[in-house]
Write a protein that binds this ligand. Sequence first.
Ligand code: HGY
Ligand code: MN
Ligand code: MN
Length: 405
Amino acid sequence: MTDWGTRAAVLLEELSRCSEPGLGVTRLPFTPEHRAAIDLLSERMEQAGLEVALDAAGTLIGRKEGPAGAGTFLMGSHQDSVREGGAYDGIMGVVLPLIALEKLKAGGTELPFSVEILAFADEEGVRFPTALIGSRALAGSFDPAVLEMTDRDGISLRDALSGFGLTPDGIGQLARGPGDVIGFLETHIEQGPVLEREDEAVGIVTAICGIERHQISVIGETGHAGTLPMEGRRDALVGAAALVTEVNRMARATPDLRATVGALTVEPNVVNAVPRAVRLTAEFRSPDDETRSLAGENLHRFAHALAQESRLQITCTRTYQQKAQPCAAELSECLKDASRHARTRALSLPSGATHDASAMADLCPVAMLFVRCRNGVSHTPEEFASASDMGVAIDVLAHFLKSVR
Ligand code: HGY
Ligand code: MN
Ligand code: MN
């Protein structure tokens, strides 16, 4: 009897080694680590009888051909990680459906439609200040302007794609016709505490929160820390600290709003010089788009007022947004039936994290299956999902594929 969950755990462990050296997993898009991961996945997809291709946006596609004209069911998630992240976020959603197809093949099941397993290159938006490149390309919502965005080394997304052997200008032609696509199912580690608290291996996602990200620069004036009088200083870090405090205050005071300043750099960043420039990010998330966009507007208003009173130059630019996205009711019902078939409670829960499914919803009905996350921690090396929980998820996916129409 094959232990499908352990089979998944072993492949995920191998994939976790496709990473920059250091803590946890760091696998950014269009890097040698990305190449190593898709080489490993390509081999396993071919062994499972899938035809493998890499599209112009760097999405690895494993296709199992079904009867002509019967449509295609899409599954998958992102291959990229955050810096020093976990071994499950994203990549689990590529591996589990692949193992589910292996399980169906071993059981002699032929599906009445084609299936594609997608490994999107970039969902996290860690390397470039944009995200969901591959899923937006398939859904036809890719904005070519993002090709000019640069990473922290000044490499543009366009050059990173070309350097990876891809054709950036071909991304616009990747949009799928809605007629052929039956739906999209994303499997993902929960990244939160609910399933563990409810003692459930899997859960069905009701909706994916909306998100927006802002890049802020605060420019002041540097000087000697010992000789520059306190009076009249234009200390960029003092200004940035006021912004960080305000972002946090806003979220604490607003139901259904989460806000984070996750990245911050200081120049010249030395102990005995007054900070000249600070660059920081602010991120807002909410299941309610109105709440989220109001928070972004309030941030810009606060920054403008602070610039006036502090004589600092403060610029605030919204670089990314993704609307809140409910999952498709019919597809989710099908997933619930499959979960009951796998003897779970088919618990429903919202997602505070964003996912490729948000973008794919512009193309077709989407559903998401969550897998229990130990201690609810994610985006850290401690992120963990058990082989037995992944075995339950694979069972659900196999039942789901046999029943979806
Ligand atoms: O940030 C997120 O919610 C996702 O992990 N990219
Ligand atoms: Mn993810
Ligand atoms: Mn993530």
